[in-house]
Design a protein around this ligand. Structure first.
Ligand SMILES: Cc1cc2nc3c(=O)[nH]c(=O)nc-3n(C[C@H](O)[C@H](O)[C@H](O)COP(=O)(O)OP(=O)(O)OC[C@H]3O[C@@H](n4cnc5c(N)ncnc54)[C@H](O)[C@@H]3O)c2cc1C
Length: 424
């Protein structure tokens, strides 16, 4: 039956974490993949990203040696009192790896991005290496013909186009979806600190706990701290209530320590305030946006021989408060790779058409990411909603649990859906 499997000619638009993951997943499944990125990667942002087991599972499946991204393995969540720094709660991950199959990684996103870039084009590992084509900004994507036009005048076409063009996706509109989003009432400063600088200045070594540590979180004000790069770098997100002055957009808005302290709620724990005042660097300010769930994730041509689907932030941009945006993009990529693989045909006895496969992709991804999106928004102002803390923090049928997020079995779920949807 796997004889009926067909190799697809795939173009991925966007070479962020989601696009690279999609390229890798489809390469591993046997397809021919080109990834088009508008930039040359000079400005990849420096911040940490936690990769829970539901994302790590796919990285391992694709043969990514995550150790090369110098991860810190997270062991717990810690909540501090904003003013005194006293510990008010600990959520130990306990046997996390045993329970969910993979560790809870914390990496510098540049390290992970660099690693994925190397792996997608590497001659080692299964599948034909992806072509990674930089300085190609897609301006026209036609789901009827599979035709793509780039700003530099070049053109190409593909059977399957994966639009991983991020939160400001322009492909979405070309699929007939009117973006519905608005500015969030929160903004964020991000900063880094070197472990060596903390120690040299007699400050607290925040890498010791191997935890995600929170200060505040009962309103819009929240500091989220964690270490990455083998513990050498400490990364901090400082969320605060947006004001009329917060109009700057983009990922590269440099800011000063003075600007940071102007927005931080007063009387911050002196341990962390001192560290910010003395050794913080690479301070950036980010505006946050609230995105509504989309009505659909893909379109196919009338004949069904060409399809365009959205992936990652292009499909489901979310507040960062569940640390699941990139992980959800890895899940999207994993789903696409699995649905169009020989393994899927063996497991289900179903040979999906392009249109059928994309229908299954949407059916599997949409309810899951919509729930995570909603829980991320709630966690923006209520730390009790964050997975881990949510175990005892909230009692609501909508609550997101660490078990459903990290212990998710995507292939089993897709196999079941395939029987319902594709055999119906
Ligand atoms: C404060 C904060 C903290 C976060 N922390 C976490 C975390 O701990 N864990 C987690 O899982 N997630 C986290 N996230 C979310 C995560 O960063 C995103 O969900 C993830 O990076 C999305 O990846 P993407 O590839 O979909 O989009 P992007 O990273 O935005 O990549 C899109 C790419 O497409 C390119 N592109 C855009 N348009 C075009 C075009 N027309 N043609 C060609 N290329 C194009 C862009 O240049 C870019 O390289 C956080 C987000 C924020 C804001």
């Amino acid at each position: 039956m796997t004889n009926a499997w067909k190799q697809l000619d795939v173009a991925v638009i966007g070479g962020g974490l989601g696009g690279l993951a999609a390229g890798l997943a489809l390469r591993r499944a046997g397809h021919k993949v080109r990834i088009y990125e508008r930039y040359d990667y000079g400005g990849e942002i420096g911040s940490s990203i936690s990769v829970a087991a539901n994302g790590g599972k796919w990285l391992h499946e694709w043969g990514v040696d995550v150790k090369k991204a110098k991860p810190v393995i997270l062991t717990k969540l810690i909540r501090h009192n904003w003013e005194s720094g006293e510990i008010e709660g600990v959520y130990p991950f306990g046997d996390y790896e045993k329970l969910f199959g993979y560790p809870y990684y914390n990496v510098h996103r540049k390290d992970l991005h660099d690693l994925l870039q190397r792996v997608v084009v590497s001659p080692d590992g299964e599948g034909t290496p992806c072509e990674l084509i930089l300085k190609h900004k897609a301006v026209v994507v036609d789901y009827e013909t599979g035709h793509i036009k780039f700003e530099n005048g070049e053109e190409t076409s593909a059977e399957l186009i994966v639009a991983a063009d991020g939160i400001r996706t322009t492909t979405k509109a070309q699929l007939g979806i009117t973006p519905t989003f608005g500015t969030s009432n929160s903004c964020c400063y991000h900063l880094l600190m070197r472990r060596a600088d903390l120690i040299a200045n007699g400050l607290t070594d925040f890498s010791v706990e191997k935890a995600i540590e929170f200060w505040g979180g009962d309103d819009k004000n929240k500091i989220v701290l964690s270490s990455c790069s083998d513990g050498e770098i400490i990364s901090c997100y400082c969320f605060y209530a947006a004001t009329a002055a917060d109009t700057r957009d983009g990922w590269h808005n440099s800011a000063t320590r003075d600007e940071l302290f102007q927005v931080l709620k007063k009387n911050l724990d002196p341990k962390i305030a001192d560290a910010f005042a003395k050794v913080s660097f690479d301070i950036k300010q980010w505006r946050l946006y609230v995105h509504e769930p989309l009505p659909y994730f893909y379109k196919t041509s009338r004949k069904g021989d060409v399809g365009v689907c959205l992936l990652g932030d292009a499909a489901h941009a979310m507040m960062p408060d569940q640390s699941q945006g990139a992980v959800a993009a890895f899940e999207d990529a994993g789903a696409l790779g699995y649905i169009f693989s020989k393994e899927f045909i063996e497991n289900t006895g179903v040979v999906p058409s392009l249109a059928g496969g994309l229908k299954l992709y949407e059916s599997e991804r949409m309810p899951r990411v919509t729930k995570i999106q909603a829980a991320s928004l709630r966690a923006r102002e209520n730390l009790k909603e964050r997975i881990g803390w949510s175990t005892d923090g909230v009692d609501s049928p909508d609550k997101l649990t660490i078990e459903e997020v990290c212990g998710y079995e995507p292939k089993t779920h897709m196999d079941g859906l395939a029987r319902e949807i594709l055999r119906a």
